[in-house]
Every structure is written in structure tokens, then in C-alpha cells.
Design a protein around this ligand. Structure first.
Ligand code: HEM
Length: 381
């Protein structure tokens, strides 16, 4: 058989960024053939983000707090969520976060490296989420299984499986909430207990509402932080000069990480539905049309970012749409930035060199996952 005719199932997937770059240049707002629009362009993405009256977040039958809400319902819920990611909460979490980061890096050094996703990013994200929420260690396995099952069900488009995965998450979080209620005043003062004491419209939150809030935090934490760490390790390991610069000046790490995650986005897409007829990027959008905001593509729009694939330290920070913009801008960004900074600092402080494993190439993740599937790396302590 001609090698070109061989089945491609085991082939290394192509870099999705190449296809998105190509489509964006031809068509900043593209019709994807299945009745939905993909918004690639930076300006067009901003237009969608800043017009929630036309581009609604009510894309699903299932309520999602606050992600699936529009004004005026969104505001009061969003004010509750924002309270958990303020500067004081981040300062309080930093020591625990640093301990988890240091242990994760030391384990990688002891092994001489590993896969930046399976061996570093994914276990770190699960431990960090449990520590932030005040959840017991037993929840780590639950979260790992939940994430795998969720991805499998989403990829297969299996609604029954997706519903079962959602119900399992609700049961586990419900059990933690019951334990906190039973503990009464002795319950630890952490985000889980505080959510139980929140009020909206003068009443306490219902369990399914807390579960929805926490599910959206867990999705933000597990998938996106792990993917981000894969991208960061790949960027450092493939650029010795950048690595040396950040080792010499760790204060540059936060801006460098934001730029790495601009050039290769960890989060692929979010959805909107048009509430009325509109025009976007010269295309006619009809009421009821579905839109997909493609974050990695908007962040590589050459109309805003000169040589978008290059990592540069002199870009305008607010052009970077990594954490979105408008009323749904990521409330977890301070936590994400804290975690990524601390892992970056501990990685560079506890090692002498991080390189890509020459024997095992990095592979790209297939959407809905962003970034890489695997980043095999070597590390010298
Ligand atoms: C590198 C990591 C992360 C990235 C790149 C990221 C990115 C984003 C983006 C682009 C949005 C806007 C979505 C939209 O407009 O539809 C968003 C929203 C959101 N993110 Fe994140 N996120 C990250 C981490 C987190 C973390 C750690 C949490 C919580 C623990 C979190 C919680 C949320 C929530 C609840 C929303 C919805 C906000 C709303 O609808 O008002 N994210 N995120």
C-alpha cells in the first residue's frame, strides 16, 4: 500500500493552529458548514464579547452559573463568584499553591522529566483545585475520573453519558456540602463553606446552584491550567535563550507566560447564540444562529499581532484575549495567573535545564482540548 493511502488513525494530528491561521486570513468570520459561525478575527471577537444583548450566552438548555447567563441575571451571580478570586484570597492561597508546585517539580526532577501534561500539569491542577476548595484528598481521584469521562462523552457527542458524568459530579460535591453542613460552626473557613453561606435575592444558594458554580471553576482549573502548563513547558524547553532570560529575571515570568498562552491558546472555544439579525465582519448573522469564539485564532490575528507566532515582550498586554473580555471575562484569571507564575518560578528555581525529549516528539491536542496532548521533557536538577 502506498504510505499516503495508509489509515491515518495513528498519525500524529496536525497542528490545529495551522488550519485556523489559514481560515482566519481568508475569512475572519467563517461559516462552518453545519449552520454555525466561527469567529476568528480579533476585532470581530471583541464586537461579540461587548454586545451580550445581540450575542447571548444562553446556548444550552442546562443552566450554568454564571457562564450561561445574560444581563440582568448574570450580574448578581457574577458578583458572588468574583469574591473568591480577590487579592486577599490569592495571597492566602499562595503558600499552599507553592508547596504543591515545589513537590510536583521535585517529583519531575527525581524522574528526570516526564510528560508535561500527564505527569505535571494534570496532577498539579487536580491537587491545586482540591487545595483551593478545601476538598479532601479523596476528591482528587474523583476529579481525574470526572475529567476523563467528561472529555470522552463530549467527543462522542453522547448526551446520556454526559448527563451521567454531570450527575456523578453533583453527587460528589453534594456529599462534601453535606459534610460541611453537618460540621456546623466547626466547618473550615474555605471557599466551599463560604459558598454555603452566600445569599442571592435574600435566600441561601440551592445545592444545584453551588454545584453549577463549582463545576465551572473545576472546568476552568483542570483542563485549562493543565493545558497551559503543557504550553509553558514546551515554550521553555524549546527556547534555551528565553529560558536563560527568565532564570536570570523571574520577575519577567508572568508577562512571558501570558505571551506564550497568547501564541498558543490553552482554551479553544466558547459559544454564543444571536438574539437578533446582525452584521459581523461583513457577514449577515441571523437571529438564532450559533457562533463559536475561537480564542487561539483571535489571539493570532495578524491585524493586531505582528508576526503572531513569535513570542515578544513588547506587545500591548490588553490586546491579549487569553482570559476574554467584557462581562464574562474570566473571574478565575487571578488564580490561573498565580498558579502559572508559581509553577514557573519553582520549575526554574529547582532545575538547571529543561529540554524537550529528543526521543519522543510533542503531539498536539485535538479540540475540544487545547494546546498539546503530550510534551515529553527532560529535566536536570
Ligand atoms: C489559563 C487558565 C484559564 C483561561 C485561559 C481561562 C479563560 C477564560 C475565558 C476566555 C473566559 C471567557 C468565556 C466567554 O466569554 O464565554 C473564561 C470565563 C470563565 N472562567 Fe476562566 N480561564 C482560565 C482559568 C480559570 C479558572 C482557574 C477558573 C476558576 C477557578 C475559571 C473560571 C471561569 C468562569 C466561572 C468563567 C465564566 C465567567 C462568566 O461567565 O461571567 N477560569 N475563562
Amino acid at each position: 500500500m502506498d504510505p499516503d493511502d495508509a489509515p491515518k488513525h495513528d498519525a500524529v494530528p496536525a497542528d490545529p493552529l495551522d488550519a485556523w491561521d489559514e481560515e482566519r486570513r481568508r475569512c475572519p468570520v467563517a461559516h462552518d458548514g453545519s449552520g454555525a459561525w466561527t469567529v476568528h478575527g480579533h476585532a470581530e471577537t471583541l464586537e461579540v464579547l461587548h454586545d451580550p444583548a445581540t450575542y447571548s450566552n444562553r446556548v444550552s438548555r442546562h443552566p450554568s452559573i454564571p457562564n450561561g447567563m445574560d444581563p440582568p441575571e448574570h450580574g448578581p451571580w457574577r458578583r458572588i463568584v468574583d469574591r473568591y478570586f480577590g487579592p486577599a484570597a490569592m495571597t492566602a492561597f499562595e503558600p499552599a499553591c507553592r508547596r504543591i508546585a515545589a513537590e510536583s517539580i521535585d517529583a519531575a526532577v527525581a524522574r528526570g522529566g516526564g510528560d508535561a501534561l500527564a505527569d505535571l500539569g494534570e496532577p498539579f491542577a487536580v491537587r491545586a483545585q482540591c487545595a483551593f476548595m478545601g476538598w479532601p484528598d479523596a476528591m482528587r481521584e474523583v476529579l481525574t475520573d470526572w475529567q476523563d469521562a467528561n472529555l470522552r462523552a463530549t467527543r462522542a457527542g453522547d448526551r446520556a453519558a454526559t448527563a451521567e458524568v454531570a450527575a456523578a459530579f453533583e453527587r460528589h460535591v453534594g456529599a462534601v456540602l453535606d459534610a460541611r453542613r453537618a460540621a456546623g460552626d466547626a466547618a473550615p473557613d474555605d471557599p466551599t463553606t463560604r459558598l454555603l453561606r452566600e445569599r442571592i435575592d435574600g435566600r441561601p444558594l440551592r445545592d444545584h446552584e453551588i454545584v453549577s458554580i463549582v463545576r465551572n471553576w473545576t472546568v476552568g482549573e483542570l483542563g485549562t491550567i493543565a493545558a497551559s502548563l503543557g504550553i509553558v513547558v514546551h515554550a521553555l524547553a524549546s527556547d534555551a535563550e528565553l529560558q536563560a532570560r527568565l532564570r536570570a529575571a523571574p520577575g519577567l515570568i508572568p508577562a512571558a507566560v501570558d505571551e506564550m498562552l497568547r501564541a498558543r491558546g490553552p482554551l479553544v472555544a466558547n459559544r454564543r447564540v444571536a438574539t437578533r439579525d446582525a452584521e459581523l465582519g461583513g457577514r449577515r448573522i441571523a437571529a438564532g444562529d450559533r457562533l463559536r469564539i475561537l480564542w487561539p485564532s483571535a489571539n493570532r490575528d495578524e491585524r493586531v499581532f505582528d508576526a503572531p507566532h513569535e513570542l515578544r515582550s513588547d506587545r500591548v498586554p490588553w490586546d491579549n484575549l487569553l482570559y476574554g473580555a467584557g462581562i464574562h471575562v474570566c473571574p478565575g484569571a487571578p488564580l490561573a495567573r498565580l498558579e502559572l507564575r508559581v509553577v514557573g518560578e519553582e520549575l526554574l528555581a529547582r532545575t538547571r535545564a529543561v529540554t524537550l525529549d529528543p526521543g519522543a516528539p510533542a503531539t498536539f491536542a485535538a479540540p475540544p482540548k487545547g494546546g498539546f496532548e503530550r510534551v515529553p521533557f527532560l529535566v536536570e536538577g
